[in-house]
Design a protein around this ligand. Structure first.
Ligand code: GUN
Ligand code: FE
Length: 438
């Protein structure tokens, strides 16, 4: 057993940010949290558990938080990160994104990129990622290999596309479903509890109802999470609405095709009607809020306060490379700033989201939308210890703090000013999987 003693910061069901100042957390050899308390008396602990455990004592500039959960990221788009954001969504997809994704028929190229993206996100503190891969089954398996060898927890989706795209990016419906089921079986046969196949219809605009219904059935057969895009930009909503006149609206298409389940996460959800929100709530569909992407591609500003007030599950996503940064700290900041920007246009009683709300979305909220909240997201007994050891006085990135700063100030400064150099140790299921500078 390992014991960590010092400041613990996490979200609970009731509180977006709970701080245990005298925290003690015990982790067993299988990586599960055995106990969590706010009482650093080690003598009491030794009596309680019947032996003297080896204890990792944190310093005053250190604290432990749950690992970040990126609920929406395109691993194959990593080479384009931070470039090519001069076009709006639909044009951006055709000009830059699909041509890059087509290259993943080359397995060597896929292996090289996927190792880099997993190492990068892990070093930024993403202990769990919900990845889109490409349509290629082999390359999608290479992404599983990369996550597995680096020890990252991941939902990984072979992407499905069967209409409205040039032939070189498009699949035949039957082949797409067959490849997806083979991919699922191959991933499941590895029996790695950290890696889960995710059903990934790219978006309604490039999937036929036949394909989406088939994917909905696969999700049900194997009890799998589903991920897709929805209501991202005005042009994208118009495209889907005109493509499917036989359906009531965008959300109705997904719902009738069996894509809306309580394990479904929909990226963006900027333009939702009252009907959409009610349907998502009824089905238990979660939102992946991707503020960087929504601003970089000028798609719109999602009102996170409105979604939370309606009781929807909300997590954060980097949406690399629509989003120009792979770090969840960036997603946290842009979620707060987007909410602030919205508030400027609203009556004075409008409450933008707080930094605590954004922290919750990056951790427990992410676990909820990925249906992993029984396993990860915060420090509760029985959950896996996925965690980040933060040091504000890391030699390579010191954030100046002063005597009068409270622990809340320290945490807030990490969220607003910190970077990967302050993330000293990274744990997934109790195992140290990365360390800053190593
Ligand atoms: N909609 C369909 N595909 C994509 C994608 O790759 N990125 C974003 N942001 N939206 C999409
Ligand atoms: Fe996306």
């Amino acid at each position: 057993m390992k014991v960590y003693r010092g400041t613990l910061v996490h979200a609970t069901k009731e509180n977006p940010m709970e701080i245990l100042r005298n925290g003690v957390i015990g982790v067993d050899t299988s990586g599960k949290i055995l106990f969590v308390k706010d009482d650093d008396s080690i003598e009491n602990l030794a009596v309680e558990i019947g032996f003297n455990p080896s204890v990792h004592n944190l310093t005053n500039s250190q604290f432990i938080i749950p690992g970040f959960i990126d609920t929406h990221i395109h691993a194959p788009q990593y080479p384009n990160t931070g470039t090519k954001m001069d076009l709006p969504l639909l044009e951006w997809l055709l000009a830059y994104t699909f041509p890059l994704e087509a290259k993943y028929s080359d397995l060597d190229f896929a292996r090289d990129v996927y190792k880099k993206v997993v190492q990068k996100t892990l070093s930024c503190g993403t202990t769990t990622a919900s990845y889109f891969a490409t349509t290629h089954k082999g390359a999608s398996m290479a992404l599983c290999d990369a996550a597995e060898s680096c020890g990252q927890r991941a939902h990984i989706g072979k992407c499905n596309i069967d209409q409205n795209l040039p032939e070189q990016y498009c699949e035949e419906t039957d082949a797409s479903l067959r490849d997806t089921e083979e991919f699922i079986n191959e991933v499941l046969s590895r029996k790695n509890p950290l890696i889960t196949p995710a059903i990934t219809p790219r978006w309604a605009g490039c999937c036929t109802p036949e394909l989406m219904c088939g994917l909905g059935k696969l999700a049900q057969k194997y009890d799998l999470p589903i991920q897709s895009h929805m209501c991202e930009s005005p042009a994208e909503v118009k495209f889907v609405t005109e493509l499917f006149p036989q359906y009531d609206c965008f959300t109705d298409v997904y719902d009738k095709c069996g894509i809306f389940t309580n394990k479904t996460v929909m990226a963006h959800c900027v333009y939702l009607t009252e009907f959409d929100v009610a349907l998502m709530k009824e089905r238990g569909v979660g939102v992946s809020h991707c503020p960087n992407s929504n601003l970089s591609l000028r798609s719109g500003m999602m009102d996170a306060r409105a979604r939370l007030d309606r009781g929807l599950k909300v997590g954060l996503g980097t949406d690399v490379s629509g989003g120009c940064h792979p770090s969840m700290l960036d997603a946290i900041r842009l979620a707060i700033h987007t909410s602030n920007a919205i508030s400027i246009q609203r009556p004075p009683d409008y409450r933008p989201i707080s930094y605590q709300d954004a922290f919750r979305m990056a951790t427990l909220g992410g676990a909820e939308v990925l249906a992993l909240d029984d396993t990860i997201g915060n420090f509760e007994e029985g959950k896996d210890f996925d965690a980040l050891l933060i040091d504000m006085e890391s030699p390579s990135s010191r954030v100046d703090t002063f005597d009068f700063h409270s622990i809340e100030d320290l945490v807030q400064q990490f969220l607003f000013m910190g970077d990967d150099r302050n993330i000293q140790e990274i744990y997934v299921c109790g195992q140290k999987v990365a360390e800053h500078g190593k």
